[in-house]
Design a protein around this ligand. Structure first.
Ligand code: GTP
Ligand code: MG
Length: 447
């Protein structure tokens, strides 16, 4: 190039733009209740964030996020601190770390949804993705607890983990070294990937490389200012002496602040976006059926994938519709067969009843016929009887004077006739009795 063009000012342009926009940094503090999370954050940012104390009796782990606007010189930092409330206080350990995973995923999901919007507003979108997880390990001097291992293992692909030995002033110097080594070997043994300070940038490679060897950092937190010599320092005072927070011989607080805020904050943000979010996004989109390559490893555009998915969806829907139709027809056929069978049974029952009814009717007809015949014969006999009676009365009145023998003879004849009638009546009486009727009527007039 011959002469000045001007693009050498690009970095300054970027710096100016970034300063105008401001920065955003999100820290997740994971550690048991009262392990010193709030104190350390306060000490790191030299601010009293006024965090409420948590109780040990939370039924489940809750994540409490608070956002603060900080300013140093002309740089604005939107700092979000997410605390795990009640972590490790549950009997079921799975309940302790699952809410943390869900929280991290929810922030990725919110960002993905914003990215997928037609009208995106990523420029002024409040990015709540977690950039770093400060994992507080209890200073037991022994080894990692199962809960720590489980939690770190399930978080390591989602967030940059920086392990810290909390309240490091409660552990002796020699014990601390052994403890650090033990923790690191346990993490390696269990395949837990913690954040490594990057060594690919020449300017920071040396310091970052050295600091990686100091992990996990042993930290002490305190906002108390105590006079040491002729200056005031942040320290914790004990009956036997003072632990200075910013003294590298006492703890790794300065190393942590240097690495977390001064040297690698931007790398942490970048790793979150390029590694962890990318992984979430890939898994999510693949889970939805999207892929960069089609069959035979042919590159596939989003449009093609969408079309293929739509086609697959319609095919599936049609298949389901067809299946449902078939099932419906089958059900109708089954119901029809059941109804036909019921109808057949009803018809047979009806025929049977009809036959019984006809037989009954015929029997009754026969009885009626017999009764009518009997009634006719009875009427005839009654008429004959009436006739004889009237004749006998007439004969008795006209021939009163006739002799007693003739009277006797006609009397005999009448008696004989009465005897016959009586015989007929008795036989009728028997018949009536058989048919449940009374035979009084004919007997009455005869008597
Ligand atoms: P919760 O939010 O209630 O879960 O507690 P926390 O983890 O935020 O702990 P916090 O910072 O409130 O500290 C709890 C207690 O531990 C306080 O009494 C602190 O003074 C003390 N503490 C904090 N940091 C240290 C430390 O580095 N060393 C020692 N010895 N004590 C500390
Ligand atoms: Mg707290």
């Amino acid at each position: 190039m011959c002469g000045h063009v001007g693009f050498e000012s690009l970095p300054e342009q970027l710096v100016d733009r970034s300063i105008q926009q401001g920065f955003c940094f999100n820290i997740l503090c994971v550690g048991e209740t009262g392990i010193g999370k709030s104190t350390l954050i306060n000490t790191l940012f030299n601010t009293n964030f006024e965090e409420l104390e948590s109780s040990h009796f939370c039924p489940c782990v809750r994540l409490r996020a608070q956002t603060y606007q900080l300013q140093e010189s002309n740089v604005h930092l939107k700092l979000t601190i997410v605390n795990t409330v009640g972590f490790g206080d549950q009997i079921n350990k799975e309940e302790s770390y699952q809410p943390i995973i869900n929280y991290i995923d929810d922030q990725f999901e919110a960002y993905l949804q914003e990215e997928l919007k037609i009208k995106r507003a990523l420029f002024n979108y409040h990015d709540s993705r977690i950039h770093v997880c400060l994992y507080f390990i209890a200073p037991t001097g022994h080894s990692l607890r199962t809960l720590d291992l489980l939690t770190m293992k399930s978080l390591d692909s989602k967030v940059n983990i920086i392990p810290l030995i909390a309240k490091a002033d409660t552990i002796s110097k020699s014990e601390l070294q052994k403890f650090k080594m033990k923790l690191m070997s346990e993490l390696v043994l269990n395949g837990v990937h913690i954040y490594q300070f990057p060594t690919d940038d020449d300017t920071t490679a040396k310091i970052n490389g050295a600091m990686n060897g100091h992990l996990p950092f042993a930290v002490v937190g305190s906002m108390d200012e105590i006079q040491v010599g002729n200056k005031m320092v942040k320290a914790r005072q004990y009956p036997w002496g003072i632990v200075q927070v910013e003294n590298e011989n006492h703890c790794d607080f300065v190393k942590l602040r240097e690495m977390l805020i001064c040297t690698n904050m931007e790398d942490l943000r970048e790793q979150t976006h390029m590694r962890h979010y990318e992984l979430y996004r890939r898994c999510k989109l693949e889970g939805m059926g999207f892929s960069d390559v089609g069959p035979e490893n042919k590159p596939l555009s989003l449009q093609e994938t969408y079309e293929a998915k739509r086609h697959e969806f319609y095919g599936e829907r049609q298949r389901k519709e067809e299946e449902m139709k078939q099932m419906f027809v089958q059900r109708v056929k089954e119901k029809e067969a059941i109804l036909k069978e019921a109808e057949r049974e009803l018809q047979a029952k009806f025929e049977h009843l009809k036959r019984i009814h006809q037989e009954e009717r015929m029997k009754l007809e026969e009885k009626r016929r017999i009764l009518e015949e009997e009634s006719i014969s009875f009427s005839k006999k009654k008429t004959t009887c009436d006739l004889f009676q009237s004749q006998s009365f007439m004969a008795s009145s006209s021939s009163i004077k006739k002799d007693k023998d003739r009277k006797k003879e006609s009397g005999y004849q009448l008696a004989l006739l009465c005897f016959e009638v009586r015989a007929v009546e008795i036989s009728d009486g028997h018949k009536d009795a058989e048919e449940g009727r009374e035979g009084h009527s004919s007997r009455g007039w005869l008597e």
